[in-house]
Structures are given as C-alpha cells and as structure tokens.
Design a protein around this ligand. Structure first.
Ligand code: HXC
Length: 510
C-alpha cells in the first residue's frame, strides 16, 4: 500500500512541477505568478479541488511522444470564493507555453460542462501561446469545442476571463465570448495576429503592448473590462466581482448584510447640480453617495468614460448602475458608450440584477465620424437592451434628458418600473437654444427676439413637470432622498413578472 501511495504522490509532484524550476523562475522574473499560485490567490484558502491533473497529450509528431507533462499545460478544478462555488482553469505557460492541445482543450470542456450543469461561474486564467503547433487540426478542434461551450454557457453561468500573459490566436475568442475580461498591465496582451504577422501583411510596425496590451484594450478597443497593475490585484478584483453575482441565472444575486441604512438621506446631493446647466459635475459622486457604503465596482472605467457602468448594492442587494457622465463629452451617447452600456444592461438582465439608471444626457453625438461608424446601429443596441430587460429598472433623471437619448435611457416607455426626476431635470426634444434656432428660424437676424423665445422654451420645457403631468415620471424627488426612494422602489419589485411573445431568439442590431 505504501508504495502505491508513494507512486500517487510522485505523480502528483510531477504534475505540480509543471515545466520545471527554470521555467517557473522565468515566470516569476517577468513579474508573473505561476498557474497554481494564481489559483491559490483566487480561491478561498484550501478550497481548491484539482481535476484531471494526470491528463497528458497523445501527440507523437515532432518528438512529442517523449515530452509529456501531466496536466498538459492547464490546471483545472473547482473551489470557493467567499464560500461560494466557482470553477477555474489556469493556463500554465511553463508547459509548452500553455499552448492548447486536444487533451488540454478536453480538460477545459469538461469543466465547462460541470459549471453549466451545476450552476456555478467559470473563471479562466490565460497565459498561453495559442494552438499547440505540433498538434495541428486537433488543437483547432479543441478551440471550437471550448467556443461552443462558451456560447452555451452565456447568460446561464457567469464567465470571467483573466489575461495574465500572452493571449493570441485561438486563445482570444474564448475570452471574447465570456462576460468579463480583466487584464494585467505590462505583462499581458491579446491580439488575433501578433506584431510579426501585422508587419508582413500591413507593413505596420507595432509592439505587442501597443497592439494588444492592457491599456489598449481597457481604454481604446473596449475589449477588456478592467486593467490592473499585477496578478494579485487582478485576482483580488475577480473575487470582488464574484461577490455581486448569482452563481447562475437560476438564482438571485447574493444579498449581504449592509452596514448602511436604506433610509439614509444625503443632503449634499441637493447642491450637486451646478446653477449653470452647461457646467459639468461628477456623476460618480452621486453614485458613491447613493449606494451602500460607497462601494462601487466599476466596469470598463477607462473606456467610453462618458457613460459609467458598474455594480453596487442597495440595502445589501446587488444592482447594476448605468449613468451618463456629464464630465466627459457632456455625457453624450456615442458609439462606444452605447456599446458599453448595452452589453452591461444585457449582463444584468441575464443574471437577475436590477438596473439603476442615472440620466444626464444631452442627446446622441452628431457628426460624420459617428454616422459613418454606425451610430444608428450601435445606439439601437442600448435602446434594444433596455427595452428587452425585464429585471427591475429604476431611473433617476438628474438634469438633461434630451431627444432620443431620453427614450433610450431606461425611460418609462421602455418598461422602466419606477422613473424619478430631480427638480433640476430638463426633459425635452432638445436644448432650448437649438430648439428656437430651428422653430424660429425666421427670427435668426433678431437676437433679442430669439433670446425671448429661448427663455419661453426653457420656462415651458426645461423642467420635469411636463413629463410628470403625463405620468412619464412617477414623481419629482428631492436629491437628498434619492437613496431612500430607490431602496423603497426596489423593495416593491421582488416579485415582478413580465411576459413577452414567444420567439427563438431576438435579433439585436449587432
Ligand atoms: C507549442 C509553444 C507554443 C505553441 C510557445 N510554445 N508557443 N509550443 N505551441 N503555440 C513553447 C515554446 O516552444 C517554448 O518552449 C515555450 O513555449 C515558451 O515560449 P517562448 O517563445 O520561449 O516564450 P516567449 O519568448 O515569452 O514568447 C511567448 C510567445 C511565443 C509570444 C507566446 O512563444 C509565440 O509567439 N508562440 C507562438 C504563438 C502562435 O503563433 N501560436 C499559434 C497561434 S494560431 P520551451 O520548451 O523552449 O520552453 C492559433 C490558431 C487557433 O492559435 C485558431 C482557433 C480559432
């Protein structure tokens, strides 16, 4: 018996050794943790149960028969985050550069099946060189098997990808189909084709960092939902994110005891809106003052900063927050902000997370750049996402709600459940100046007359009462009571039921 146990331990040791001490040291020298260290940081201490640690590839070409490392470049299993079940796979760059063989793919697919069947999130940690070159088409097949399970799991269990090294070729598309992508600055990059291929095909010379580093994807492309300085911080943020999520779409998000009272008034909000309607203010201040304990987990904070998206709690229960940011481009809706918010709204709706929308939006961004880029289609995404969402939806208009953007931003007409406006709200087809310039074009040469018309328009429309008279706004509320009113509205919506006509699936303008 002793020798059998020793054999088991020897095999385990061999798997744990991965690609060996030299490669592990190289990993550390680059400022990166190893695959197993990452799992240990991510999960509650001692909770990791490893699966398939003895799996080996079956390739024989290119001398591969003599090179087998148990685990085959990916560490898989389940564990707990603050006591809640998650599945995790972590690519081991020390083993064949973390590259994907048929056997490696099968381990991930097995885990995806478990996560889907048992209703728990799946977290993938990427640090890999793409398809296992020695395996050819078997590797391509393995990728497609993973992609299929990503798609099947989408909207059923939360899927999170953490990029902590190279992530290229076949490796990028699995993260792209998950709900959230986090990257580590300076050590991770994602691209479909690397700098060498770029040079050959387009003659463009670019570094890996400039092509697909964390900064690029977190601020330019919007591919990444967050960028962090090092592995430990990124993993810690994944733990924080998981705390807001239900384990699957079969559950409600986890409620935790709040140390903040639901009826807390915040008197400083009464002076948040500047007297001059064109002067910006920081919408984040409002969010932080309204949510529990000023705890806000922002998603895509560096991308399309004219809209804010993120998770918070009200009276202990998770909510998704979407808010125009008047500090950036006056909070206008453009292609990027529409895409960013639409995806977030759909995530919240898929996972039973109520949506709180704070509105201060001057409209859609004009111009050829936006129109040529398909603003119509992208703006429609946000409209579609809000209209479709059946989770509780609370809207607070703080200042401007102009034109189509008024409709889009979770208006009553798109099934907003409770829609409030602050007394400072201006709900109209457009701003007063633009409006009088159009409807009183004949007075264009008479600035005095135009000014009078503008004042008249403002008095009539630059307020929340016309909308309130029609029931499009449920009440005009004092800013200081915003948290209390939102908490109260949310408490009425636990048993909300909405039905839609049967369909195979929708056809959102992609
Ligand atoms: C097999 C690989 C590998 C791969 C790296 N290695 N990539 N082995 N298949 N795809 C091995 C190396 O041989 C080396 O082994 C070890 O991993 C570390 O690699 P290095 O090159 O020494 O590391 P580094 O200098 O840090 O460079 C990392 C890298 C580079 C940028 C990822 O290795 C690289 O460019 N790899 C190839 C990337 C690629 O073209 N992949 C295929 C993409 S096509 P030793 O034994 O020396 O430690 C694709 C198509 C799928 O994925 C499409 C599906 C839809």
């Amino acid at each position: 018996m002793n020798s059998i146990i020793q054999e088991l331990e020897r095999r385990r040791e061999s798997a744990r050794a991965g690609g060996g001490d030299v490669r592990m040291a190289a990993q550390h020298a680059k400022g990166k943790l190893t695959a197993r260290e990452r799992v240990a940081v991510l999960l509650d201490e001692g909770s990791f149960e490893e699966t398939d640690m003895f799996v080996e590839h079956r390739a024989t070409d290119f001398g591969m028969a003599d090179q087998r490392i148990p685990g085959d470049g990916v560490v898989t299993g389940w564990g707990r985050i603050n006591g809640r079940l998650v599945y995790v796979f972590s690519k081991d760059f020390t083993v064949f550069g973390g590259s994907l063989s048929g056997a490696h793919a099968a381990k991930i697919v097995k885990l995806q099946h478990m996560a889907l069947q048992n209703g728990a999130p799946i977290i993938g940690i990427f640090d890999a060189g793409g398809a296992r070159i020695q395996e050819g088409v078997e590797s391509l097949a393995g990728y497609a098997d993973i992609f299929l399970q990503n798609v099947r799991a989408s909207g059923v269990v939360p899927q999170i990808s953490v990029i902590m090294g190279p992530c290229a070729g076949g490796d990028v598309y699995s993260p792209a189909m998950t709900d959230f992508i986090f990257m580590v600055r300076d050590t991770s990059y994602m691209f479909v084709t690397g700098p060498d291929v770029v040079k050959t095909v387009t003659n463009e010379v670019v570094t890996s960092e400039d092509l697909g580093g964390a900064r690029v994807h977190a601020s330019k492309s919007g591919v990444a939902d967050g960028a962090f300085d090092e592995d430990i911080e990124a993993l810690f943020q994944v733990r924080r994110l998981i705390d807001f999520m239900p384990l699957s779409n079969r559950e409600q998000p986890p409620v935790r005891k709040s140390f903040d009272t639901a009826v807390r008034d915040e008197s400083s909000l009464d002076s948040l809106i500047p007297a001059n309607p064109n002067q910006p203010y920081d919408m984040k201040e409002l969010i932080l003052k309204v949510v529990d304990e000023a705890d806000f987990f922002e998603i895509r904070s560096d991308f399309a900063r004219n809209i804010i998206t993120g998770f918070a709690r009200i009276d202990g229960a998770p909510v998704g927050v979407v808010a125009n940011q008047p500090q950036v481009l006056a909070g206008v809706l453009d292609i990027d902000s529409s895409r960013k918010a639409a995806r977030f709204v759909r995530y919240c709706d898929a996972f039973n997370i109520p949506i709180i929308t704070f509105v201060d939006v001057p409209g859609f961004m004009p111009g050829t750049k936006q129109e040529y880029g398909g603003l119509i289609t992208h703006g429609a995404k946000l409209l579609f996402a809000y209209a479709q969402a059946t989770v509780p939806k609370i809207t607070v208009i703080t200042r401007k709600a102009y034109g189509g953007a008024y409709d889009v931003m979770s208006s009553k007409h798109l099934r907003g459940d409770v829609n409030y406006a602050w007394p400072t709200a201006e709900i109209a087809v457009m701003g007063a100046k633009g409006a009088v310039e159009i409807i009183f074009r004949k007075d264009a040469g008479d600035p005095e007359k135009l000014a009078a018309r503008e004042a008249e328009y403002k008095a009539r429309f630059a307020n929340p009462f016309v909308a309130a008279q029609r029931g499009y706004i449920d009440d005009v509320i004092m800013p200081h009571g915003t948290r209390r009113r939102i908490a109260s509205a949310l408490s009425t919506l636990h048993n909300k039921q909405v039905s839609d006509p049967w369909r195979k699936h929708d056809n959102i303008p992609l």
